[in-house]
Design a binder for this molecule. Structure first.
Ligand SMILES: C[S@@+](CC[C@H](N)C(=O)[O-])C[C@H]1O[C@@H](n2cnc3c(N)ncnc32)[C@H](O)[C@@H]1O
Length: 222
């Protein structure tokens, strides 16, 4: 995984790698139109381009990430169009044959003050998933049928703490066939580590638990 780096841009991690692996196993990308939503440094879109996608359009909210991704695409001559803006802008250029997304999905209690969050966790917008981790996941589940062409595929990665079952249910309610196609147990990063004692105290996790399961959900449009 070749990844450009900058302090104020999400550094590709376990979730990025799991999503790329699922993308490469999802079937041939040759000739297919791919969208990379919440693109960050662009690493998912770059992988899609290298796998032979006919076109790759990436959407990202952070100007720093967009600059980095565009610079890397230009320097490495990777044909990915990187657009600045919310992922919902992908609805303006639908349909896509494949939509891949590594959204912010870490649940953060609404009462948590920014000063209580670790300073070394990277840009907050890259991981803060709202109180239930579903700030992007829920609207994405609703929009997926519109984003996809007939026969198209959504691949989305998330933590168990943001409700994998909820994602599968919401995608099914939207008319897609959804299932987990890849999963991995990984150590807590700085944000979950900072919350772990509160979660232990509330019974949300067992005492001493310091790892989470992340999963890639695949949803196919009939
Ligand atoms: C977990 S990072 C994933 C980055 C990259 N796709 C990867 O896998 O390494 C999530 C990214 O989503 C971006 N983001 C957050 N909310 C967004 C939104 N509403 N629309 C587009 N991008 C968003 C963040 O700036 C961050 O770069």
């Amino acid at each position: 995984m070749t990844a450009p780096a900058a302090a104020d841009v999400y550094r590709p991690q376990h979730d990025s790698r799991l999503l790329i692996a699922a993308l490469s196993e999802a079937g041939p990308l040759r000739g297919r139109r791919v969208a990379d939503l919440c693109a960050g440094s662009g690493v998912i879109g770059f992988a899609a381009a290298k796998l032979g996608a006919a076109s790759v359009t990436a959407f990202e909210l952070s100007p720093a990430a967009v600059s980095l991704a565009r610079a890397h695409a230009a320097a490495a001559a990777i044909p990915v169009e990187v657009r600045l803006g919310c992922w919902t802008r992908a609805l303006d250029c639908r349909p896509f044959d494949v939509v891949a997304c590594n959204p912010p999905y870490v649940p953060i209690a609404s009462a948590t003050a920014p000063s209580e969050l670790p300073a070394d966790a990277g840009p907050i917008c890259s991981w803060h998933g709202g109180h239930d981790g579903r700030r992007v996941l829920d609207p994405l589940c609703r929009a997926a049928p519109e984003l996809l062409a007939a026969g198209g595929t959504l691949l989305v990665v998330q933590s168990e703490y943001a409700g994998v079952g909820q994602t599968i249910r919401r995608l099914a309610e939207a008319g897609l066939r959804a299932r987990v196609v890849a999963a991995e147990r990984i150590p807590y990063g700085p944000v979950l580590s900072s919350q772990a004692r509160d979660w232990e105290a509330s019974g949300r996790i067992g005492v001493g638990c310091r790892s989470e399961r992340i999963a890639v959900i695949r949803a196919d449009k009939p």
